[in-house]
Design a protein. Structure first.
Length: 77
């Protein structure tokens, strides 16, 4: 998770809330698996850290390491 956070622009990091960090932590602890309410990702989507898709969401600032380890997560609608 820290490796991913280091890829995020400093202005976006300064705009993240405690809930955003907790949500990303939950995502990484579950290794991208599990259902998380899609509405919780709206602020991260506004910051362009995640992209909400029809099947859930995906991390935007990913490199090959994350692309290979974490697939898009399905969220409750």
């Amino acid at each position: 998770m820290l490796t991913f956070i280091r890829t995020i622009d400093e202005d976006k990091i300064n705009s993240m809330t405690t809930n955003d960090y907790l949500l990303l932590s939950t995502f990484f602890l579950r290794n991208g698996n599990g259902n998380i309410d899609r509405t919780q990702f709206e602020h991260l989507a506004e910051l362009e850290i995640v992209r909400i898709t029809e099947h859930g969401f995906e991390l935007i600032n990913t490199n090959r390491y994350f692309a290979n380890r974490l697939s898009p997560i399905n969220c409750d609608s």
